[in-house]
Design a protein around this ligand. Structure first.
Ligand code: GTP
Ligand code: MG
Length: 204
């Protein structure tokens, strides 16, 4: 019985946000299918995928919304990030403007999103060493100041792609366990409080 409860699959809504062409769809394709294509088509609206990931004796089922980076789809984004357990904000390390755009997404999420959302900053295309415009140090410092965790990824070579999702899953499960503990704590205190009031008001 206990193991059935422990092995229960936990659903986690995850959204990818970031400028056009930064590699959001490529990261998802790498994670979900282990593939990479040189000429990935630009996403229209958003695309949905799901993938499970085992962390120790628990399983997280990611429900992934891969959003479109084109500005004309910006107004749709809240539908995907609202209520999300996790967000991956993607920029392209060879394009400084996409890092600026990533910071805007972080601001928007901090203002509109859920405070419990686990946020990751992914500096993608780390394989393009020669063309780099954003240093890892700069991005790491920004991430630290803003409560995100940071990794450089390459959907092409697969570097750190699974690791980002794994880290998110770990943090998500930790946060859930913490919330569970808090709720249990509240129920216990409530019950204790009820007992005191009922015994003092009863039967005198
Ligand atoms: P939108 O859907 O338009 O918002 O773009 P996107 O963020 O989904 O980018 P997409 O995955 O379509 O990738 C854009 C281009 O970058 C494609 O041609 C990919 O092949 C290429 N690309 C993606 N990730 C990497 C990477 O890690 N390294 C290299 N070298 N190219 C990449
Ligand atoms: Mg896309």
């Amino acid at each position: 019985m206990a193991s059935a409860v422990e092995n229960k699959v936990k659903n986690a809504k995850l959204v990818l946000l970031g400028d056009v062409g930064t590699g959001k769809s490529s990261i998802v394709l790498r994670f979900v299918k282990g593939q990479f294509v040189e000429f990935q088509e630009s996403t229209i609206g958003a695309a949905f995928f799901s993938q499970t990931l085992a962390v120790n004796d628990e399983t997280v089922k990611f429900e992934i919304w891969d959003t479109a980076g084109q500005e004309r789809y910006h107004s749709l984004a809240p539908m995907y990030y609202r209520g999300a357990a996790a967000a991956i904000i993607v920029y392209d390390v060879t394009n400084a403007a996409t890092f600026t755009r990533a910071k805007k997404w972080v601001q928007e999420l901090q203002a509109q999103g859920n405070i419990n959302t686990v946020m990751a900053l992914a500096g993608n295309k780390a394989d393009l060493v020669e063309a780099r415009q954003v240093t890892a140090e700069e991005a790491q410092a920004y991430a630290q100041e803003n409560g995100l965790f940071f990794m450089e990824t390459s959907a092409k070579t697969a570097i750190n792609v699974n690791d980002v999702f794994y880290e998110i899953a770990k943090r998500f499960l930790q946060a859930q366990a913490q919330q569970q503990q808090n709720t249990n704590g509240m129920i216990l205190t409530d019950r204790a409080a009820n007992r005191t009031t009922s015994s003092s008001s009863c039967c005198s």
